[in-house]
Design a protein around this ligand. Structure first.
Ligand code: U7H
Length: 266
């Protein structure tokens, strides 16, 4: 029986960032580590940014959650990264790591993995400092708003990132397309949107709470991004092989999308 949509108020009240990180990103045992979502995304982010095709002044990450893995390659190619999320607890968990506060989550295994891809695993402490220097702003965002960063109006960014956000924040395909248009208003024409997440997922557990996930198919994704005015530069899909943690979430595959906003789009 499909799970009802999880309203944003529920996220604000019940979503425990630490339980989520310990369940999905803990070194060696996290479900996203063992079933390959995280290495898949980190390899594609490294390949995308190391190609040198994407660089600029400002990058905005939409719906960062309590995670920093998405900044590990991008931080080398942008002067300023702005992280955003809907829940105050996610922004506090991010701030705890950025300010090296006691009890912050240990991302070092993901940091070392990316440093290995870049050719020198031993450089992981410098990498962490680079991320901390580059992520300069933490802002509230709501992708269901036409200006997701309201009441702030920022200059359009050179690049947007969004991982595992729209499928959690949108109740159906129409809401997904609307949210995609909303975040696209934050990106310069000709700018890049780097999107990643899971396919075929209807729910995921955090602690004892089940959270809704919009069941995305590859065909719908391709149509939705083209209708939103993007050219698909790369679409990678990795079927899920390790099904041992299906009790945590029922997703079938991971996806990575590199999109370019067409020049004639405002
Ligand atoms: C990301 C997560 C999150 O931190 C708040 C939604 C996105 C946890 C993980 C999965 C997933 C996990 C396991 C297996 C999928 C409500 C809003 C963001 C912006 C309005 N997020 C931060 N976010 O949900 N995540 N998502 C999924 C799925 C398979 C938001 C309203 C929630 C928002 N604007």
């Amino acid at each position: 029986m499909a799970l009802d949509f999880t309203d944003k108020e529920i996220y604000q009240r019940d979503f425990d960032p630490r339980a989520y990180l310990d369940t999905y990103y803990a070194a060696d045992v996290g479900s996203f580590v063992t079933d390959e979502y995280l290495p898949f995304i980190l390899k594609n982010l490294f390949g995308t940014f190391a190609s040198g095709a994407i660089r600029g002044d400002t990058l905005i990450d939409i719906g960062s959650g309590p995670s920093i893995y998405q900044f590990l390659s991008a931080c080398e190619y942008f002067r300023e990264i702005i992280a955003t999320d809907y829940t105050d607890r996610n922004l506090q968990e991010l701030e705890k790591w950025l300010k090296k506060e006691p009890g912050a989550f240990d991302w070092s295994s993901a940091v070392k993995f990316v440093c290995e891809l870049e050719g020198d695993r031993e450089k992981w402490t410098e990498k962490e400092e680079k991320v901390r220097r580059t992520v300069t702003r933490l802002l509230k965002c709501d992708v269901t708003k036409s200006n997701p960063l309201e009441p702030l109006t920022l200059p359009q960014a050179d690049c947007l990132l969004t991982f595992l956000c729209l499928d959690a924040a949108c109740k159906d395909h129409e809401a997904f397309c609307c949210a995609l248009r909303n975040i696209t208003s934050l990106l310069k024409p000709g700018g890049y949107l780097v999107m990643g997440g899971v396919l075929g997922s209807s729910m995921y557990m955090v602690g004892q709470y089940p959270f809704f996930s919009l069941d995305l198919e590859k065909e719908f994704l391709e149509r939705a991004v083209c209708d939103a005015g993007y050219v698909v530069e790369r679409l990678e899909v990795q079927p899920r092989t390790d099904l041992t943690s299906m009790f945590l979430s029922d997703y079938k595959a991971s996806f990575f999308l590199l999109l370019r906003k067409q020049m004639d789009m405002k």
